[in-house]
Design a protein around this ligand. Structure first.
Ligand SMILES: Cc1cc2nc3c(=O)[nH]c(=O)nc-3n(C[C@H](O)[C@H](O)[C@H](O)COP(=O)(O)O)c2cc1C
Length: 181
């Protein structure tokens, strides 16, 4: 599959089979994430992989209930990955302040997309989760209070019977132009 074919094939998966995900495959996703570019090569990220069933269930129950229950489908995922923002290098932080750009958030986005695309290549399904109880995740995974968890990734083998949503995207001529806005 070419990269573009892989990108076209990837869709958010919101239903997973109970087949466990091999550690070897998780490591490959992490390796893809590790190699992501970042502002000043800060690499301001850390991943916590939750593949212990009991812990994962506890995490989903605490972090994805109540106002977050639209994401309760994550309980079907055998793995939840928490992406934590670490401190960027001084230059990236100063540059970001001058530019008014949160480079670390761009960095987190890029590394997570590397993770997700590698998962896709390995036949795994993923869903980015931005709506969750962060304090609950911090408490269960022993993440210091001063850290930020911007994203969770649900990971597992897709349950195709539950079918992924269709891609719905703006046409190219609406989102891109040559030589002028
Ligand atoms: C930063 C971010 C946060 C997201 N948060 C959620 C979420 O909390 N729950 C969810 O079901 N999907 C979430 N998604 C997935 C998007 O809804 C999905 O990518 C989008 O609708 C496009 O669909 P597709 O991924 O199937 O192409 C998130 C995606 C991104 C990039």
């Amino acid at each position: 599959m070419t990269l573009l074919e892989l990108i076209k094939h990837r869709k958010s998966i919101r239903g997973f089979t109970n087949r466990p995900v091999e550690r070897e495959k998780i490591m490959m996703c992490l390796e893809a994430a590790r190699l992501a570019p970042s502002a000043c090569n800060s690499q301001p990220w850390k991943f916590i992989v939750v593949d212990d069933k009991k812990l994962k269930n506890k995490l989903c129950k605490a972090a994805l209930s109540g106002i977050y229950s639209m994401n309760s489908f994550c309980k079907t995922a055998p793995v939840i990955v928490a992406a934590i923002s670490e401190k960027s290098k001084f230059l990236a932080r100063i540059g970001g302040m001058f530019r008014g750009t949160k480079y670390y958030l761009i960095d987190i986005g890029v590394t997570c997309e590397h993770f997700v695309l590698e998962a896709e290549e390995l036949g795994l399904g993923t869903c980015w989760i931005g709506w969750f109880n962060e304090e609950a995740v911090k408490s269960i995974l022993n993440v210091p209070k001063n850290k930020k968890i911007d994203i969770l990734i649900a990971l597992g083998y897709p349950d195709w019977e539950k079918g992924p949503s269709e891609h719905s995207r703006e046409p190219l001529d609406k989102i891109a132009s040559f030589n002028s806005y």
